[in-house]
Each structure stands twice: as structure tokens, then as C-alpha cells.
Design a protein around this ligand. Structure first.
Ligand SMILES: [Ca+2]
Ligand SMILES: [Ca+2]
Length: 332
């Protein structure tokens, strides 16, 4: 009797071990399967993002009118076509944003080339435009001094001509940080470098998102010839162009150009004058605005498959009949 009881317990033990084994095998197989699906979706999202980038390149190459660039053109409308990628690639949710870099202020142009001169020459007019961006959006303008110091080759804090206070910073400031580093003393290779500069934090740089609360990354660039395309500049950039352009005038300009893009820079200047903006004869704005892009476009593509996806950021350069990728990065 004792032996029989022992046999039953022994069999029960073996059965439970077998059940555990089968359960674990089942669990592992399901994990493996999920991981494979995950990897596949990741791979799919990467391929779709590349395909979307090709699509943007094609739109830029086929742009028939190189004398002007505005939101009525195909390259600017690819965002609408992004939804179609979901039809071509079932299950994919695709979002495409293309921005003309000439609609933004170029921080690298703050320092003018001063060949043969020992002293650094700052483009004070541009510095004032960028200062206004800070004033209007973030109530913070001294960061411009620090950006100038980040780029200029010297080691002296920059003092703006109109005030005695400087927001500048050189090595003495950066070396005193908890994790010290040096001032670059050279042009920015990427706009993301701004985050390293005194007075610029993540909120200031990234903004809150959306057209009403942009960050510096939406308004500044390192890719352009320095001129502003008034057909693609945001409300905030237009407002920065002259002290007499207030928010409502900037909004009016953006609204008006929606159906009727500017065909000459003069049309824009005339519109300013009609609205009471007093332009001096030699106002720097005359040489600063244009109606076309200098050829650099930033592309942001987000692809999602279920829970997996990728984000592709690229800068394209349109030149003659070609488009080249100047920079690209994929994040998961
Ligand atoms: Ca300096
Ligand atoms: Ca410096």
C-alpha cells in the first residue's frame, strides 16, 4: 500500500515537471515569436521611412519653378501624401514634415568673415533679429551673446552695443560646470549644439510643439545662405524682421500668402509699408529677404507599426536637377 502511494506521488511529480516544461517551452516560443514580430516591424518601419525620404527627394527634384519656393508646391504638400503610405504599406502610420531651412534665421551667420581683420565682426542686425525671437517667445534675449561667444574665435565675453550687461560665456564659464567642456570657438555643425550653450535649456530649444509654441530648433538653422524666404518663414521669424512688425501684422502676412505667395521681395516690402512699417532707405532688411529657398530642406519622418516605429531626420540639398542627403539620422 505504501509502495502504491509512493508510485502515485512519483507519477504526479513527473507529470507536473512535464507540464512545467511544456508551459515554459510555450512561453519561450511566444516570446521568440513576439521578438521576431518586433524586429520585423522595426525593419519594416525603417524601410518605409527610407521610401518616404525618396518620395520627398522626388518631389524636390520635380519642382518645376526654381525661382520661388512656397507652400503651394509639391515638396510642401508631401505631408498630405504621408497618409497614403499607410495604404501602400498596410499597418503603417506615416507622418512627413518638410521645412525650408531658408524660412529660419541662420545662427552661423552671426559672425561675419573678417579676413585680414584681427577683431571679430558680429552681424549686429542679425543678432538683433535673433534677440527679438527670444524676447517675443521666451522673454529671454541674452542667449544671443552666448551664441556669439560659442562661435567667435576669441575668449572674451561678448557685450552687445546697446547695453552694458552681457549674456556671453567663454571657457571660464563652461570649465566651471559640473561636467566641464570647452567653448567651441567655431561654427555650429549641428543646431543641436545650441543645448550646450549658456542660457539655452531643453524647453527653450525644443519648445512646447505646434506652431504657437515653437522652440529655437524650429526658428533657427545652420543650413542656408543667410537670406530669409518670406514665403516659408514662420510667423515668429517674420515678426523678428523689423521692430514695427507686431504679432497681428505677422499673422496677417502668413494668412495672405496662403493663397497668394509673394512673387517678388518688393511685394513683401510694399505690404510692410502699407501697414505702417517705416523702412529706412538703407534698412538691412532689403538685402536679407528673398522669395526662394537657398536649397536646404529639413525632413522629419515618423513611422509606426503597432507599438514599434522609427524617426528619420534628414537635411536634403537641392541643387540643379539633383538632391543630395547632407545629413541623416534614424532613431527608434
Ligand atoms: Ca567672445
Ligand atoms: Ca569664443
Amino acid at each position: 500500500m505504501k509502495q502504491r502511494g509512493f508510485a502515485i506521488i512519483f507519477i504526479l511529480l513527473i507529470v507536473s515537471v512535464l507540464i512545467l516544461y511544456v508551459l515554459e517551452f510555450n512561453f519561450n516560443s511566444r516570446v521568440e515569436l513576439a521578438l521576431t514580430e518586433h524586429r520585423l516591424d522595426r525593419l519594416r518601419s525603417l524601410e518605409v521611412s527610407r521610401s518616404a525620404l525618396n518620395f520627398v527627394e522626388a518631389a524636390l527634384i520635380s519642382d518645376p519653378d526654381r525661382k520661388m519656393d512656397n507652400f503651394e508646391e509639391d515638396w510642401a504638400k508631401v505631408a498630405y501624401y504621408g497618409q497614403l503610405f499607410g495604404v501602400v504599406f498596410p499597418g503603417a502610420v506615416v507622418n512627413i514634415v518638410v521645412e525650408d531651412e531658408s524660412g529660419k534665421l541662420n545662427v552661423n551667420k552671426l559672425i561675419k568673415k573678417a579676413e585680414g581683420k584681427k577683431k571679430v565682426v558680429v552681424d549686429r542686425w542679425l543678432a538683433e533679429r535673433i534677440r527679438t525671437i527670444g524676447d517675443n517667445l521666451f522673454a529671454e534675449s541674452a542667449f544671443v551673446d552666448a551664441v556669439i561667444d560659442w562661435i567667435d574665435p576669441d575668449d572674451d565675453d561678448y557685450y552687445p552695443p546697446q547695453g552694458s550687461d552681457s549674456g556671453g560665456a567663454e571657457d571660464s564659464f563652461y570649465q566651471g560646470l559640473k561636467e566641464p567642456y570647452s567653448s567651441k570657438d567655431g561654427l555650429l555643425d549641428s543646431l543641436d549644439e545650441l543645448i550646450l550653450i549658456k542660457g539655452i535649456d531643453e524647453q527653450f530649444y525644443f519648445g512646447q510643439g505646434g506652431a504657437e509654441s515653437p522652440g529655437l530648433r524650429d526658428l533657427l538653422t545652420v543650413y542656408s545662405d543667410g537670406k530669409i524666404n518670406i514665403n516659408t518663414a514662420s510667423k515668429q521669424v517674420i515678426q523678428s524682421l523689423h521692430p514695427m512688425i507686431n504679432e497681428s501684422l505677422a499673422e496677417k502676412i502668413v494668412k495672405q500668402r496662403q493663397n497668394d505667395p509673394f512673387t517678388t521681395a518688393k511685394d513683401f516690402l510694399d505690404l510692410l509699408k502699407e501697414n505702417g512699417v517705416a523702412l529706412k532707405k538703407k534698412d538691412k532688411i532689403y538685402g536679407f529677404i528673398t522669395i526662394k529657398s537657398s536649397g536646404y530642406f529639413k525632413v522629419e519622418i515618423t513611422v509606426r507599426y503597432q507599438e514599434v516605429g522609427c524617426y528619420l531626420e534628414a537635411v536634403l540639398r537641392r541643387k540643379d536637377k539633383n538632391v543630395e542627403v547632407v545629413y541623416s539620422q534614424v532613431k527608434y
